[in-house]
Ligand binder design. Structure first.
Ligand code: ADP
Ligand code: ADP
Ligand code: ZN
Ligand code: ZN
Length: 745
């Protein structure tokens, strides 16, 4: 059969320079290139975008009203597209009722199994659902947790009632609510709460409702109840939903605790006592997936074989992609980006559709080098079912299995956007592209690490899978924490160590929560300097150069867009016709600084701005962006358009100043080309030279090799992990027999 291609003619989205490209169908194509070179602009902003748009066009006008809106990408022509499925790293999120069991469609199969074969059994499969009134625990309504008042947040133990010991809103001395405690005669209003007797404390906090006489209420009978009891009645145990806003205000006073009735199991007693071979439906969801498979294989239930086999098949798929350390009761909101992507992958793998176009965004994120082959197997399986697989990836082991490689470059932003190479792996290695150069080269092990003298040590912990271990981090050096996915790295570093050292700065990949008005310049705090430069040059007010203030375009108010309200249609945002999206009042653009107006300056890349500005402070901050590999961003680029890796590096840029801190970075190489990794290493070393302690959770072998100190956790994921296998300099890890990481260094 003749090879078919997806064909792009003159793609110009973002930085693409009239890209022409042929992508073989039914094959695995990996897109490589430095970050900012234009990979996503091709794969997501052009191919996936156009596939989505073409699919939408096949629906009726009415149906389209309910679908996401796709605009046409900037390209002359695309031929031969198939329906595209984007499997990205957006976290699965979801509410407290969404678990790995529900999202993987395995829990419904267990419900069928239990409704038919459990003893004693109840009939309908809904009765085995914690989301159904007939199956849920009545106290927590299937959530497994309840919200209670956090007494330590609500009470200042060092104060008396007269001094305002009750910190809840509406309880300050003299208020009606305060009197209902202070005027009961139960308490000495000048006695500090910490000096109360046990009885007094019980009365103040937990007393059940009773009638009392209170003087300011004219000696009328009033109802007295403890602070916790009243708080729960007013805010938590209500039929009516308390407004989100009110709940948000009370958040600092509440904690989530395990439901005392079901002990966090979510189900009611009927469900929990209904069993197959001594296991309730809760018991199976609490088991680690690889252990659950072993248990199911021992189940001899006549007639149930087809359902059990089907469950085992799905569980096996999850284990094969390296998720065997999870359990079905794990809430999806607690999964990392990489874990979320792998769960989504498995879902699609069990589909029998063929001829689709699957698109992955750095699927190796979060995977130990040992497990990358599992990912490769999965990509190959998807291809062999007759699908086209496109992958944006930096990991050399994934690049190696590609049928076809598209290398984008040569550099980032306006210096990128060209196809440097399109062909197979072995010929790529013969070229002189940045990618080829780094694929051919490895950094040596750091045999001269910094001297270790003192340590920060966390408390011992058994959280999640940890085996009563503490983390000992050497001060003032560069430490990497390694181990297979699920071994306990995040738990030990982010949940235990970081909580013991609250001044440790966690620089993560979460989006930077800001308004649509924030950009790289406002985030780094260089806007004031820029506005002042314009104001001084023109002898006018600096506020004119802010679209949040006097400089705002009067039509759109400085947002650059206006909302169209068309009947029968969703609200649509379109570019403001007055300012053409640049957000400024048009007369402001007449003021120039060094021959440029404010909009032209905001459109400069960091690189260009570095040459343009002379102010020391502005230059220093721009320099920090350059150092973290973000010189291709325009300084006015909205933060909402940045990827997770870019957000992390932007936060890093902001922190590159003082010494004496502890920094924690979680996979800082995400989204980075092999050539950018030396920059990150450079930054880390510079931070350490300034007297900081840097802890990095990382799978990238180049980074691990270059550290001063390795802490390896394992040996496996889940219950077979959670131990510290090795702590010491990189060169000696080879001697640690148990360590899987050692085999890859
Ligand atoms: P890669 O995927 O290779 O990291 P991208 O395709 O994301 O690179 O980015 C290529 C260029 O386009 C970069 O200069 C980037 O800043 C720019 N860019 C990407 N998305 C947007 C956007 N939504 N608005 C403006 N510029 C963008
Ligand atoms: P790593 O960072 O090495 O990938 P984690 O610390 O995320 O490992 O996980 C270690 C173990 O703890 C795994 O068995 C994982 O399923 C479990 N775990 C992690 N986070 C949670 C959570 N929020 N709730 C329950 N279990 C968790
Ligand atoms: Zn409960
Ligand atoms: Zn406008």
């Amino acid at each position: 059969m003749k090879q078919q291609f997806i064909e792009l003619v003159n793609a110009r989205e973002n930085n693409l320079k009239n890209v022409n490209l042929q992508i073989p169908k039914g094959k695995i194509t990996v897109f490589t290139g430095v970050s900012g070179s234009g990979k996503s602009s091709i794969v997501f902003d052009t191919i996936a975008q156009e596939a989505g748009r073409q699919l939408n066009e096949t629906y009726s006008n009415f149906t389209r009203l309910f679908l996401p809106k796709y605009s046409r990408p900037d390209i002359d022509e695309i031929q031969n597209l198939s329906t595209a499925i984007v499997v990205d790293q957006k976290r699965l999120g979801g509410n407290a009722r969404s678990t790995l069991g529900t999202i993987s469609d395995i829990l419904p199969l267990f419900r069928v199994l239990f409704s038919r074969f459990a003893i004693p059994h109840l009939g309908y499969s809904n009765a085995y659902s914690f989301n159904d009134p007939s199956g849920m625990c009545p106290v927590c309504e299937g959530i497994g947790k309840v919200i209670t008042l956090n007494v330590d947040a609500a009470i200042d133990w060092n104060k008396s009632l007269n001094e305002g010991a009750i910190l809840l809103p509406g309880y300050s001395p003299g208020t009606y609510q305060w009197k209902s405690y202070a005027e009961t005669g139960f308490f000495d209003n000048d006695k500090k709460i910490k000096d109360y007797s046990e009885e007094e404390r019980q009365k103040l906090l937990y007393a059940e409702p009773e009638k009392v006489k209170m003087k300011s209420f004219g000696d009328f009978n009033a109802t007295y109840e403890g602070i916790v009891v009243r708080f729960m009645r007013q805010n938590i145990n209500r039929e009516k939903e308390v407004s989100k806003k009110a709940m948000k205000q009370l958040e600092e006073f509440t904690t989530n605790t395990i439901c005392h009735s079901c002990e966090g199991k979510r189900y009611n007693d009927n469900v929990l006592s209904s069993k197959i071979h001594d296991y309730s439906i809760y018991d199976v969801t609490a088991l680690q997936l690889n252990e659950l498979i072993d248990v199911l294989k021992t189940w001899e239930v006549p007639d149930a074989k087809p359902v059990i086999d089907s469950i085992i098949e799905r569980l096996t798929n999850l284990c094969e992609i390296g998720l065997g350390y999870m359990s079905l009761d794990r809430e999806t909101a607690t999964l990392s980006g990489g874990e979320s992507q792998r769960v989504k992958m498995v879902k699609y793998l069990s589909s029998n559709l063929t001829g689709l176009l699957y698109i992955f965004d750095e699927p190796s994120t979060g995977l130990h080098p040992r497990d990358v082959y599992r990912l490769n197997d999965l990509l190959v399986k998807m291809r062999d079912k007759g699908n086209t697989v496109l992958v944006v990836e930096h990991d050399p082991d994934v690049i190696q299995i590609a049928d076809h490689i598209v290398d984008v470059g040569p550099l980032a932003g306006s210096n990128g956007g060209n196809i440097m190479y399109s062909g197979d792996y072995s010929s790529l290695l013969q070229t002189d592209t940045l990618t080829a150069r780094f694929l051919n080269k490895h950094s040596p092990i750091n045999t001269n690490p910094r001297t270790v003298t003192e340590f920060y040590e966390s408390r011992k912990s058994s959280l999640h899978n940890l085996k009563n271990v503490s983390l000992r981090v050497p001060k003032g050096v560069f430490t990497v924490v390694t181990g297979v996915a699920g071994s306990g790295k995040s738990t030990l570093v982010n949940e235990v160590f970081a909580k013991d050292f609250p001044d440790a700065l966690q620089i993560d990949q979460n989006p930077i929560h800001t308004t649509s008005r924030s950009n790289a310049a406002t985030f780094l705090g260089i806007m004031n300097g820029i506005r002042k430069a314009f104001a001084d040059a023109n002898g006018v007010d600096a506020g004119l150069f802010s679209y949040n203030s006097k400089g705002a375009c009067p039509t759109c108010g400085g947002t650059g867009t206006v909302e169209l309200n068309l009947s029968f249609m969703d609200k649509m945002e379109t570019e403001c016709s007055e300012c053409q999206g640049n957000r400024y009042r048009q007369d402001v653009l007449e003021y120039l600084y060094k021959g440029k107006n404010i909009v032209e300056v905001m459109d400069m890349t960091v690189q260009e701005a570095l040459d343009f500005f002379e102010t020391k402070d502005i230059k220093a901050k721009l320099k920090s962006l350059e150092m973290v590999g973000l010189s291709y961003l325009t300084i006015g680029q909205p933060l909402s358009t940045l990827s997770g890796g870019e957000c992390q590096r932007l936060k890093l840029a902001k922190e590159l100043k003082a010494g004496g801190h502890i920094y924690i970075l979680d996979e800082p190489t995400t989204g980075l080309h092999l050539s950018d990794i030396s920059n990150i290493l450079h930054i880390i070393n510079e931070m350490v030279e300034k007297g900081n302690t840097v802890i990095v959770i990382e799978h990238n072998v180049e980074v691990i090799r270059q550290s001063d100190w390795i802490i390896d956790i394992g040996p496996q994921g889940g219950s077979e992990g959670g131990k510290i296998l090795y702590e010491g300099p990189p060169a000696e890890i080879k001697q640690c027999e148990q360590s899987i990481t050692a085999k890859y260094i």
